[in-house]
Design a protein around this ligand. Structure first.
Ligand SMILES: [Fe+2]
Ligand SMILES: [Fe+2]
Length: 278
């Protein structure tokens, strides 16, 4: 069965109707969980905008890629929806999902516009390299997102949050597998592509959602999500996977990103205002 066939047979709306929402409300969420869930809900809600941008590109009009993007976008929508519902029942109401997505998008518009221009330029000048870059970038983002949900599930005292995060992480692992598999195939096509992709990811990598949060907010969030040595453990593991892709041997780009985040938090207790409010 091909990688895409696996998605076609496994893809589905996240199941949440059987979760004990009353229990979730009774146990509640910690401040750092509320911050993390708001971030994840915002990022998941932005997927549709990214989908619209990328679908405009000629390089993305490959029937297989469009099929995957459709399934991916559908699944990500329900991740955001479920997280907003959890925040809501736990006493942190969110603006209606579609309305909030519009608000977040307007905050991120400047960065998104720049990214859009760069993306279009690369896609027009070197379409095959663009797809390899897009798939590698996607693997990095899905890999870190997966680990974020796994970490929330592992540390929370709320069993409903843990179950929800495990269910989401299961779908995120499948997204990672698709991007990773495509990156492997497409990077193997040429040394030129490998060099360009490596240069861009090593110099430009940042976690998805950076455009809607300040640097300090992102660093705070990451520091709360992956406490102490976990940040370097998790990022080293992801670097190892990425390092197995053609042309990416020995990369430490995710660990370097993590170290930059740690440095931003060098003044302990200095929580970003929005996150401190929880
Ligand atoms: Fe997701
Ligand atoms: Fe995902």
């Amino acid at each position: 069965m091909s990688n895409l066939d696996q998605h076609l047979s496994a893809s589905q709306k996240l199941a949440t109707d059987d979760l004990d929402w009353d229990l979730a409300a009774k146990i509640g969420l910690s401040q750092s969980e509320r911050c993390a869930l708001r971030y994840f809900a915002d990022v998941e809600g932005q997927t549709v905008h990214y989908f619209l941008e990328v679908a405009k590109l000629e390089a993305a009009r490959d029937p297989e890629l469009l099929t995957f993007l459709t399934l991916w976008n559908y699944e990500e929508y329900f991740h955001g929806h479920a997280l907003s519902r959890l925040l809501d029942v736990c006493g942190t109401p969110q603006t209606a999902a579609c309305e909030r997505t519009g608000q977040v998008r307007s905050q991120a518009r400047f960065k998104a516009t720049i990214e859009d221009w760069v993306q279009r330029g690369i896609a027009r000048l070197m379409p095959r390299t663009f797809v390899a870059l897009w798939m590698t970038w996607g693997a990095l983002q899905e890999g870190l997102t997966t680990r974020g949900y796994e970490e929330l599930a592992r540390n929370t005292a709320n069993p409903v949050l843990a179950e929800l995060c495990q269910r989401i992480a299961k779908q995120e692992r499948r997204h990672f597998a698709y991007y990773y598999g495509q990156a492997k195939l497409r990077l193997a096509e040429s040394r030129f592509t490998q060099r360009v992709v490596r240069y861009v990811v090593e110099h430009c990598f940042s976690l998805v959602g950076s455009g809607v949060k300040t640097e300090l907010e992102m660093a705070t969030l990451i520091g709360q999500l992956f406490a102490g040595p976990r940040l370097l453990e998790v990022t080293a593991g992801l670097d190892k996977r990425i390092g197995a892709l053609p042309g990416m041997a020995g990369t430490e780009l995710v660990q370097r990103y993590a170290r930059e985040q740690t440095r931003l938090l060098a003044a302990p207790g200095e929580l970003a205002p929005e996150l401190a409010l929880g």
